[in-house]
Design a protein around this ligand. Structure first.
Ligand code: ATP
Ligand code: MG
Length: 394
């Protein structure tokens, strides 16, 4: 009797040589996190080029697997013994489960059988097996074969120990498994952009921590609540996420007092990346990630981006640099952060914002103001006030 399971495929990129083992390890790690809350214990078994999930109801396994970054295709399947007769029986069983018994069904569906062998010792070649199964389906249901444009595509995969039969091919998140590319620290504000940037960074294999700057003590806690809720949502894609909250209200006021004037916003941003880079170093992260999109607002002109970047000791990654706002919002809806981002909050950036933001700054313009700030002492002081949250744990 065939048993249900779910097959997962991943992008073949990067799967050469030594990388493959690492890649699969990170993927299994993410899968373990994704299935941790399932209603029954889930077995995750690695086969050459495919992962098999079983143990919990298939719908549940599919839902878990579709969240996992690095999985490109999700296939609910039936697994059976590795013989031709068992395979025939399982194909017919799969069709009965989906379309009812041949007697009940009147529709004649155009179908194709695609067979692949991961184990070449199977007694039939792939084409022979596909043809044989096809003839059995014709016999049982009277359906016409259509190899170029079938309504029903029956996929049969011959593995070392068993055979898998699938009718559906669902999309996964794609990308590279979280962790496979290293670690990054995401600069998370309350807006639409930075959570989407974080998701994109994770999708390229970066395990992310998060830092949020608040205007405290000049502003209330609303932006921290939002950051917390956003990280909780993003945590579904990686697990074990940390949110670091740093109050910079007093430092913002000091910048204004030091005479930052229309450089205030960019000066704040420089302070943020400087502080974030110091934190990233402590955390072992190799890059910062921001939600900047070129030209979206005055602080995101090319000149200002360069001025900000110059203050960061680590590479500053901007996954959304070439995205339009509508594209960003559409993705925010898809990953479930849009509803949180649109809530109102007291954003520290609007605090002390000058009437006109300088759009063509250079690092040299900040020398005087920053000298008065005594950054060597200020940055460690900001880091000493840090609060750490683990939003996914609750
Ligand atoms: P977002 O939609 O992410 O808020 P934005 O369009 O409001 O971005 P800015 O306010 O200029 O743009 O911020 C640009 C980037 O700087 C943000 O995407 C984020 O990465 C970082 N950033 C801004 N404010 C903060 C903050 N309070 N804490 C941490 N990072 C911040
Ligand atoms: Mg913002």
């Amino acid at each position: 009797m065939a048993r249900p399971c779910v097959l997962l495929k991943y992008g073949e990129l990067m799967l050469k040589g030594r990388n493959r083992g690492k890649f699969e390890e990170y993927l299994r790690e993410s899968l373990r996190h994704a299935v941790a809350g399932a209603s029954a214990p889930v077995r995750i078994s690695q086969r050459p080029g495919v992962v098999v999930l079983s143990g919990a109801p298939v719908e549940e396994l599919v839902e878990c697997a579709q969240k996992v970054i690095g999985v490109s295709v999700v296939r609910p399947a039936l697994r059976t013994a590795r013989t031709v007769d068992d395979t025939v029986e399982t194909v017919l069983q799969a069709l009965t489960e989906r379309f009812g018994s041949p007697e009940e069904e009147t529709a004649k569906r155009r179908f194709a059988v695609r067979a692949h062998r991961r184990d070449k010792t199977f007694p039939m070649k792939s084409e022979q097996l596909a043809a044989h199964l096809g003839s059995k389906v014709v016999e049982a249901r009277g359906w016409p074969v259509d190899l170029s444009n079938p309504e029903v595509e029956i996929t049969v995969e011959v593995d070392q120990r068993e055979v898998f039969v699938a009718l559906d091919k669902l999309r996964g998140q794609g990308g590279l498994p979280v962790g496979a590319s290293g670690r990054a620290l995401v600069m998370l504000s309350g807006g639409f952009d930075s959570p989407v940037a974080a998701y994109r960074a994770m999708r390229r294999g970066l395990r992310c921590d998060f830092v949020h700057f608040t205007g405290a003590p000049l502003t209330g806690p609303s932006s921290t609540y939002k950051a917390y809720a956003l990280v909780r949502q993003l945590d579904r894609f990686q697990g074990d996420s940390r949110l670091y909250v740093i109050p910079i209200g007093n430092a913002q006021r000091a910048l204004a007092t030091a005479g930052a004037g229309n450089l205030q916003i960019v000066a704040q941003r420089r302070l943020m990346v400087r502080t974030a880079a110091a934190l990233a170093r402590d955390l072992g992260a190799q890059a910062l990630v921001t939600g900047d999109s070129l030209g979206q607002v005055a602080s995101q002109t090319l000149a200002n981006m360069a001025t900000v970047e110059q203050a960061a000791e680590l590479p500053l990654l901007r996954p959304l640099v070439a995205f339009d706002k509508e594209e960003i919002i559409a993705e925010a809806r898809r990953i479930g952060t849009a509803e949180i981002s649109k809530l109102p909050d007291e954003d520290c950036c609007s605090l002390l914002a000058p009437p006109r933001v300088a759009t063509k700054t250079t690092p040299a313009q900040f020398v005087n103001v920053e000298r008065r700030m005594e950054l060597d002492e200020l940055v460690p002081k900001l880091l000493a006030d840090i609060q750490v949250h683990v939003p996914g744990a609750a």
